[in-house]
Design a binder for this molecule. Sequence first.
Ligand code: UD1
Length: 337
Amino acid sequence: MQVLVTGGLGYIGSHTSVLLLEKGYNLVIVDDLSNSNEKVLKNINKITGKNPIFEKIDLKNKNSVSKLFKNYDFDGIIHFAAHKSVNESVNDPEKYFKNNIGSLENIISEIKLLKKPMNFIFSSSCTVYGQADSMPINESFELKKAESPYGQSKKKCEEILETHHKSGHSFKNITLRYFNPIGAHPTGLIGELPIGTPENLVPYITQTAIGKRDYLTVFGNDYNTKDGTCIRDYIHIMDLAHAHICCLERLMKVDEDNFFRVYNVGSGKGTSVLELINLFENVNQIKLNYRIGNRRNGDIVNAYADASKIKNELNWSTKYSLENALKTAWSWQLNIN
Ligand code: UD1
């Protein structure tokens, strides 16, 4: 079975690639290295002992995508490749629309030329729900207006996929809406590699703990939550990676030519920023320098998943704890320093 993993050297893509290789899939990893590097490929090899094919391709380029599909015969595609910085997307929306939407369109055009229904998994985000009216969030919740061009690009991609499904095109698609992935591979050889100043909480915590940042700012403690700080659903990267394996295995067994599902992937548990900081300090026996600051523009107060659909339909469940996610995030930070 040959699987195309776009963005396969990125954070979620690299962990998923490891699990796929361990399951015996042959991989073609495509990455433009805009937010990753080839060292990740070496480390994937170190962990698995396998050498996946690697192609440095910009998926915005239609000709490159056509060539890719001419050169290989894929049995499945997991499409991770996308820009993901909320801040950057506000400053340069064009970049996000061109890349995130353009790449998906190029891939779909190629899939349409194939003689078989393609097994296709798309990376979406809980950002499509905006601030939901109640918790936990299930897949039937209304999708609110996206707060950022990044969020808009994910919403648009979901719409494109649904349109293809409704047009009756031969296409087997699962879209996963990720909550907040954190942590690293147990070996500490792969993890999240933020370029520049991290925007996300856990890389900011680990970089502060190691002394790369002076202090962490907690964005507001006057929200209407248990301790005044925002609530998120932190999901271990290994559990999230495993969700993709469950999806691929499901898609491979589906008989219908036009199959379409959307699943949340989260732990189902809401954790506040202060709870996460305290847990990080406890499990790693480190004192973190943090201050309470202003609210961050556009932040969502509360978001955690009802993940029962993926549990019931695909038999997926979380195996790793939040403690383990924070331990491995720290080991990873120590390794890359
Ligand atoms: C958001 C999106 C997520 C998307 C991600 C891309 C939602 C609910 N989530 O993540 O889908 O994939 O952007 O980057 O829309 N915080 C601090 N100090 C910091 C950094 C963060 O207090 O220095 C707080 C934030 O206010 C938030 C929590 O930590 O409450 C998590 O923030 P972050 O890691 O940036 O993720 P989201 O904003 O949830």
